[in-house]
Design a protein around this ligand. Sequence first.
Ligand code: IMP
Ligand code: MG
Length: 181
Amino acid sequence: MFEQDMEKILVTTEEIQKRVQEIGAQITKEYQGKEVTLICLLNGAITFMADLGRAIDLIVCYDFMKVSSYGNSTVSSGNVRIAKDLANEIFSKHVIIVEDIVDTGTTLERIVNFLQERNPASLKVCCLLDKAERRKIEIPVDYCGFVIPDEFAVGYGLDYDEKYRNLPYIGVLKEEIYKEN
Ligand code: IMP
Ligand code: MG
């Protein structure tokens, strides 16, 4: 029902599913014999993590964290706050942070520093999308689904004003959709 709001499709459902399987296989290979804790950054990474977890053939635990950034909804403001912390300890665990999209890098840098203080056995970052050209803070992205241009993406967990998260593909909204608001 949302097709009429889209200017274009950036990544199709099939492309996402194929890439998620590839990343899952890579993680399975690299963490052989280990247990992995996936940390979902709510709400955007929920769809990605649900698929990624099922693509990893290891013992996998899930935990969830929420970060709020202040400011308007289509450009990240650089101001981040931990709104919901993890439920479980990560000390001596192999942790992978699962994020929907890395833009300036501010959110992930904050979270990586925050979690590193708890001394996990290892800490890596997995993001579905990377707007590499917008990066302000260099943070290592260990696993990346797709590098995308500097356009506002929605779908497969990513929202505009909390909507469009349930689209099975990733698209770019028509400009008139933002302008209405
Ligand atoms: P950063 O802190 O600038 O890297 O911003 C990352 C956060 O901004 C992500 O977790 C998203 O919530 C949000 N964000 C950045 N770009 C987009 C986009 O194109 N669509 C939806 N959310 C975005
Ligand atoms: Mg997010």
